[in-house]
Design a protein around this ligand. Structure first.
Ligand code: XMP
Length: 515
């Protein structure tokens, strides 16, 4: 398969470059910007892209590529910092600007380039830079300018290109087109990346890696781990695949039953459902601090995993995880050493996982996929639309949606309320228009009336947001009538809830979850 490699120097939007390229059907992969080029798999390699970076090229710690990248003979496109790296490598200079150029800026062409095919001169680019090209590197000429600065540079002889703007950002007009002109036009990469291709490639890889060992898959109830299980079941005899699901009691209503049903339809042979709900509730007793709750849930999860390992599983079994590309990047594993560690999911860093990783007995068949690609894979493997497009659910489950101490009663109330809310969204055809929706139970009661009596009931918050990747979020703008009707359904059905509020905070400054 033809491939484009992106060298990551820690830019905020590096992942988007890979996404845009995959969107038009070419496989692209992100690796550390400072990787030794000798160790890079060059099969099918058609071109290289240098990402942006929070660094300035003259910073002492500025990450630089292995200079042999310039001798590979494939076209290179530098984006922002990537352009500046090329410039200084070829003896040009970069200057720090007094005023950062940020946001939309028109770009006017000064040369005809394949890169500009079907792109209109004067288009609005998206800039985000504090440094600018002062003198181009040897062999480079300016091919386009924004109002004040060189915007596109080219070295025709060596097939090197540089953009001062960010074509990967959706606000950049013609951004995808420019990337496509580079990847398909200049690099000549074939658009042959699709799910069927991926499935057959991964099945081969899984068979070679796992050999005749057993494999344990920890099923969380979410899309990623279930798709992992489904893919493995296509690749290996089902007798060798052990699927383990831990019911923490902090799952959504009916979740355990639904997961079991899905696994059975996938013809899994070894399904182990561990009911650890009383252990989790016991461990959470009296704990109010959100971070402590997360830690207790994470630790217990690992303990239960280890205590309930299937007895028939062979020694030196493989562990399979539904780790996504974004998880790898966010937890600083696998890609650019300069990429910041944003959060560490417990499924990436638990001791069991670390031990398996150290011994090479871990397999993560989704680790090169983005969430929407995992959904497509799930559908291709026969999972239902309804399941594949379920809203995300956090690892610690309702534990972080019951503010303060978690009790059995509060779990029951929240499960019911959340199920009603989601059901209402589905009935109103809103569920698929919203990225994530859920309820939060507050540790507060307020006064209400029931008949002639005063009554204290819990306060329940509804949250519904839209987002691309969970990093930022906008509040879903419900019609007022929907909010009022849904609120009535909840208070009429669940007597313990006395009042419903709607959370109207975006992220930032609020996070999506409340704890
Ligand atoms: P926040 O609350 O950080 O959430 O804005 C962003 C997205 O991540 C989910 N989330 C988690 N997912 N383990 C997970 O697997 C966690 O500990 C966790 N915390 C938050 C959240 O539901 C949202 O989609």
């Amino acid at each position: 398969m033809d491939r484009i490699i992106i060298l990551d120097f820690g830019g905020q939007t590096t992942q988007l470059i890979a996404r845009r390229i995959r969107e038009f059907g070419v496989y692209s992969e992100i690796i550390s910007g400072t990787e030794n080029i000798e160790n890079v798999d060059k099969s099918g390699l058609k071109g290289i892209i240098f990402s942006g970076s929070p660094y300035s090229v003259y910073d002492e710690e500025a990450p630089k590529p292995d200079s042999s990248v310039y001798t590979l003979g494939v076209p290179i496109l530098g984006i922002c910092y990537g352009l500046q790296l090329m410039t200084t490598h070829f003896g040009g200079t970069v200057q720090n600007m007094e005023h950062k150029e940020f946001g939309r800026a028109p770009v006017t062409f000064e040369q005809n380039l394949g890169l500009f095919r079907d792109v209109a001169s004067g288009f609005q680019s998206w800039m985000s830079h504090g440094d600018s090209i002062e003198t181009p590197g040897k062999g480079f000429t300016i091919a386009a300018r924004s109002e004040n600065h060189p915007a596109v540079l080219v070295n025709r002889e060596l097939n090197l290109y540089g953009l001062q703007f960010h074509p990967e950002v959706t606000h950049c007009d013609y951004g995808s087109k420019i990337l496509e002109n580079f990847v398909a036009g200049i690099c000549g990469a074939e658009k042959n990346w699709n799910m069927d291709e991926y499935i057959s490639q991964e099945i081969d890889k899984i068979r070679t890696t796992v050999g005749n060992r057993d494999i344990l898959v920890l099923i969380s109830g979410g899309v990623d781990s279930t798709v992992t299980g489904a893919l493995l079941l296509k690749a290996l005899p089902p007798e060798r695949i052990f699927l383990m699901y831990i019911d923490t009691g902090l799952m959504r209503k009916n979740e355990t039953e639904e997961v079991k049903e899905i696994l059975l339809t996938l013809e899994a042979k070894n399904i182990q459902i561990v009911d650890a709900s009383s252990d989790f509730l016991g461990a959470l007793k009296g704990i109010e601090d959100p971070e402590k709750k997360r830690a207790v849930i994470g630790d217990l999860f690992i303990k239960v995993q280890e205590n309930y390992l299937p007895s028939q599983i062979g020694n030196d079994y493989f562990l399979a995880q539904g780790t996504l590309y974004t998880d790898m990047i966010e937890s600083g594993k696998g890609v650019g050493e300069k990429a910041k560690v944003i959060k560490s999911h417990h499924n990436v860093r638990s001791p069991l996982v670390e031990k398996k990783r150290e011994t090479g007995l871990i397999i993560e068949p989704l680790s090169m996929l983005f969430k929407d690609e995992v959904r497509k894979l799930g559908l291709a493997l026969g999972l239902k639309n309804e399941f594949v497009y379920r809203h995300p659910f956090p690892g610690p489950g309702l534990g972080v949606r019951i503010l303060g101490e978690v009790t059995e009663e509060k779990c029951r109330i929240l499960k019911e309320a959340d199920a009603l809310f989601i059901n209402e969204l589905k009935n109103r055809n809103l569920y698929n228009k919203i990225w994530q929706a859920f309820c939060v139970l507050l540790p507060l009661k307020s006064v209400g009336v029931a008949g002639d009596d005063r009554r204290y009931g819990y306060i329940l918050a509804m949250r519904a947001i839209n987002s691309i990747d969970g990093m930022t979020a906008d509040v879903y703008p419900f019609k007022t009538t929907d909010l009022l009707e849904i609120s009535s359904v909840i208070t009429n059905t669940i007597p313990e809830v006395g009042r419903v509020v709607y959370d109207v905070s975006s992220k930032p400054p609020a996070t999506i979850e409340w704890e």
